[in-house]
Design a protein around this ligand. Structure first.
Ligand SMILES: Cc1ncc(COP(=O)(O)O)c(C=O)c1O
Length: 479
């Protein structure tokens, strides 16, 4: 009787679907319609839906010890999970700290970086440098460091003014380069920013190894993170690899995406796939030098919350790791990811698909009105949302987003299915999505060999024009 009246749903202007059950790759709504979860929710449900052993482990823990406050106790499972996490990287970390959402993990990482500087007597170091077209969470600190214009816009008055660099975004390089002329200006911009801000004031550089919803799985050109590491080392700046989305095997072959790149991060955030949807588990991994500073400094870290290291969350985290090991999900993400990439690239035959990019089981498609000029669709028409609804009708779910072209336009689809997906399921998913795409392309008047007709464009598509929602920190673009 109260349906749609009390709950704040994502869309308050139309009936919102209600999920009733999940099993493997699939979600079922109350009417029994089946959906392929092509994005693990928000790239969270890495082990798939309805895995019985994970809630079983959580129930056993809740029955023996549901809660302890981190100020009074740790727990055997918390100690065990911290140890296992520290050894999930090729270059082992020294300590782990647990939180309950990706946003909190990012905020904790920034505070841990600050703690290291305070221990070294460098109390002037507090600035965080991050990038445009990035997303680090919705709490005010994490949103300040995020470079996702649409998500920042409404809350701009509450955000802190930190520097954002141009993204590592080869399809629309902000420096006008092509892959064959790339001089890694997007990485070198970090040094300019550090120098102009004052090296002794900069605490850390924060970046997603592969960008999630803000850039649809765009990953940096070769050599990017080595340049970043060298610049950080030259100036005593810490590097935080923001792996809330890319951790937990998502990018295939390694548990963390940063292991694909040279140079160890000082701090690594994780979340999403860590609890795989069974518990909101997240946290930060801490390198040996930062860990030593915590011991020699305050001798602790006081920025925790009531539910940090929750025993049931620890049980979930361990059960997720066991499940991932048992089914070799990190390796599977590499092999199935390769196949998913091949299948998605067949969609480049569609007139609106400008780019297909990704790593492991994290793939993005970027849609354009004109493939030659890479001109975007009119943002007011929200191509990505229309496509989302069309695919949903076909029973395929992906993550849509807009604004990749400097915050003002651009349409993306992000795929990141559970790591258990099979080749046949990938075929079904791409088939259903492709059919929806054809429908939407004809609605938008896109035809092979011809750009879609102009309806209305609010902004020019190229050049560093004045983007919508230009924030004060963008003045300080160091490019
Ligand atoms: C890279 C990244 N960092 C942080 C977050 C925030 O995580 P949460 O929504 O769990 O707070 C997200 C969420 O999408 C993310 O993709």
């Amino acid at each position: 009787m109260s349906e749609g009246r009390y709950l704040i749903n994502q869309d308050l202007n139309r009936p919102f679907p209600q999920a009733a059950r999940g099993e493997g790759l699939y979600l079922y709504d109350r009417q029994g319609k089946r959906y392929i979860d092509g994005c693990s929710g928000a790239l969270v449900a890495n082990c798939g839906h309805g895995v019985a052993e994970i809630p079983r482990a959580m129930t056993a823990q809740a029955e023996s010890l549901a809660y302890v406050y981190r100020f009074h106790f740790s727990s055997p499972l918390a100690e065990e999970l911290a140890g296992r996490y520290c050894h999930l990287t090729d270059r082992p970390m020294a300590r782990a700290y647990f939180t309950n959402s990706g946003s909190e993990a990012v905020e904790a990482a920034v505070k841990l970086a600050r703690a290291r500087h305070l221990a070294a007597g460098e109390s002037d170091r507090y600035k965080i440098i991050s990038r445009w077209q990035s997303y680090h969470g919705i709490t005010m600190g994490a949103l300040s460091w995020s470079g996702f214009t649409a998500r920042r816009a409404d809350y701009q008055p509450y955000l802190n003014d930190f520097v954002h660099l141009p993204p590592a975004y080869c399809y629309r390089c902000w420096f006008g380069r092509r892959p064959d002329t790339c001089g890694l200006e997007c990485a070198l911009a970090l040094e300019t920013a550090i120098l102009t801000e004052g090296p002794s004031t900069v605490s850390a550089f924060l970046a997603e190894p592969v960008v999630g919803s803000a850039l649809g799985a765009a990953h940096p050109p070769a050599g990017y993170f080595q340049v970043i590491r060298d610049i950080c080392d030259r100036h005593g700046v810490l590097f935080i690899a923001e792996e809330v989305m890319t951790g937990a095997g998502r990018t295939g072959g390694t548990f963390f995406a940063s292991d694909h790149f040279p140079g160890r991060p000082n701090l690594i955030t994780f979340g999403k796939g860590a609890g795989a949807g069974y518990y909101p588990l997240s946290g930060v991994l801490i390198d040996p030098e930062t860990a030593d500073a915590l011991v020699s400094g305050r001798g602790g870290f006081s920025a925790g919350q009531s539910y940090s290291g929750h025993p049931v969350g620890m049980a979930a985290g361990l059960a997720v790791l066991d499940y991932m090991d048992k089914h070799d999900l990190t390796a599977r993400a590499a092999s199935m990811g390769q196949y998913l990439g091949q299948r998605l690239k067949t969609l480049l035959d569609h007139p609106s698909v400008g780019d297909v990019r990704g790593l492991g089981l994290m793939w993005g498609l970027e849609f354009v009105r004109d493939k030659t000029t890479r001109e975007t669709f009119d943002p007011a028409r929200q191509f990505h949302l229309r496509l989302y609804r069309a695919a949903l009708e076909n029973g395929v779910i992906f993550l849509p987003s807009g604004g990749c072209d400097r915050g003002r336009a651009g349409d993306l689809a992000l795929f990141g299915p559970p790591l258990i997906i099979t080749r046949e399921q990938i075929d079904d998913m791409v088939e259903g999505f492709g059919q929806a795409l054809s429908r939407v392309e004809s609605e938008f008047g896109v035809q092979a060999g011809r750009p879609a007709p102009h309806v209305h464009r609010s902004f020019p598509s190229s050049g560093l024009g004045t983007p919508h929602g230009l924030e004060t920190s963008k003045r300080r673009l160091n490019c």
